[in-house]
Design a protein around this ligand. Structure first.
Ligand code: 13P
Length: 345
């Protein structure tokens, strides 16, 4: 079946807008459990709905956010007016997308490395999500994590990027833009150079596998990590992160890829904004061909989550906290952020 290239390109154009990024709100039920427990809120369907409802009804968030990644349960969960979250998001001119992977599983040979599951029956599953969203879904997101230590083998990277390229082909066949997310994890004590080697190797392999699967990188968006030292290592300066990250992209990401969005990966909210700002400046200085932006989960939500505490009287303050982080990252994306603006809350 021929691809609906015009639709796919139109979706990409709407996502990669200057000054906008993506809200990753696609935490699985077990991941959101950890987030809710951190504010002493029970992980019930009603509480998950109330939390997402607070985020998605934030007045004016569409000024800074062009896409929202949803989880299976959230696609057709209802807002207070009885509209599905997908439709609510789309009504703001924001594109809803779906976490299409089925989570990770430790591999018998490469453990502790894990392989992302979910290829089996993916075409049918995508059709179901599209129907449940009333046709509003615009993209998918598939995440494969890579530990720096023990050093990922060539065979592991090869196989996991092969899977990622195949899911991209499935996504395109359903008119959904694949956001491909290889994430070299910050877990550990590795150096920035080790992260750089693993990231470059992974990205080069991803685009090789896309070629083998007949996937046009111009119809995909890359979501990946910044090149940064492990969480337990001395932190890098933002200038270092900007230079190293963009240098790796110049070596490994084809210029026809329309955009690269960052995950926050365990950096705190401020660090994520500072480093995005440094990457944006470095990209501009080196005439990078791709749009660079953010697709943060924790770095956009943490402040709002802590402010909300599961209480309806805190909703507007929590929404203000979310909006503030979205605005700071929007400014960073445009290379216009500075510390004084952070204090403007
Ligand atoms: P974090 O920004 O919290 O790393 O989440 C992004 C994401 O989509 C992980 O898959």
């Amino acid at each position: 079946m021929p691809l609906d290239t015009a639709k796919l390109k139109n979706t990409i154009q709407k996502i990669l807008v200057q000054g906008k990024g993506i809200l990753a709100a696609d935490e699985s039920t077990s991941t959101i459990k950890k987030r809710l427990e951190s504010i002493k809120v029970e992980n019930t369907e009603a509480n998950r709905r109330a939390y997402r409802n607070m985020l998605f009804t934030t007045p004016g968030y569409e000024k800074y956010i062009s896409g929202v990644i949803l989880y299976d349960e959230t696609v057709d969960q209802k807002d207070d007016m009885g509209r599905t979250f997908s439709e609510l998001i789309a009504s703001h001119g924001v594109i809803p997308g779906i976490k299409s992977d089925g989570g990770k599983e430790e591999h018998p040979t490469w453990a502790p490395q894990t392989i992302t599951r979910g290829l089996k029956g993916l075409g049918k599953q995508l059709d179901e999500w599209i129907a449940r969203s009333n046709g509003t879904l615009g993209f998918t997101k598939w995440r494969q994590v890579i530990l720096v230590e023990p050093e990922p083998s060539i065979a592991f990277i090869d196989y996991s990027m092969h899977v990622m390229a195949e899911q991209a082909a499935w996504s395109l066949s359903r008119g959904l833009v694949p956001i491909c997310e290889p994430e070299v994890l910050m877990d550990g004590i590795h150096t920035k150079d080790q992260c750089s080697v693993a990231t470059e190797r992974t990205l080069l392999t991803l685009y090789k596998k896309m070629k083998e699967h007949g996937v046009d990188p111009a119809l995909t968006i890359l979501k990946t990590n910044m090149v940064i030292s492990g969480k337990e290592t001395k932190t890098d300066t933002m200038e270092e992160v900007g230079k190293t990250t963009v240098a790796v992209f110049h070596k490994a990401v084809p210029s026809i890829v329309p955009g690269i969005v960052f995950l926050s990966g365990g950096q705190n909210s401020l660090q994520s904004t500072e480093n995005l700002h440094a990457c944006a400046k470095e990209a501009a200085a080196t005439h990078a061909p791709w749009v660079l932006s953010f697709s943060y989960g924790r770095a956009l939500q943490d402040d709002a989550l802590k402010t909300w505490e599961g209480k309806s009287e805190n909703i507007s303050r929590a929404q203000a906290a979310f909006l503030h982080r979205a605005k700071m990252n929007s400014l960073a994306q445009e290379g216009k952020w500075h510390m004084e603006l952070e204090r403007g809350t």
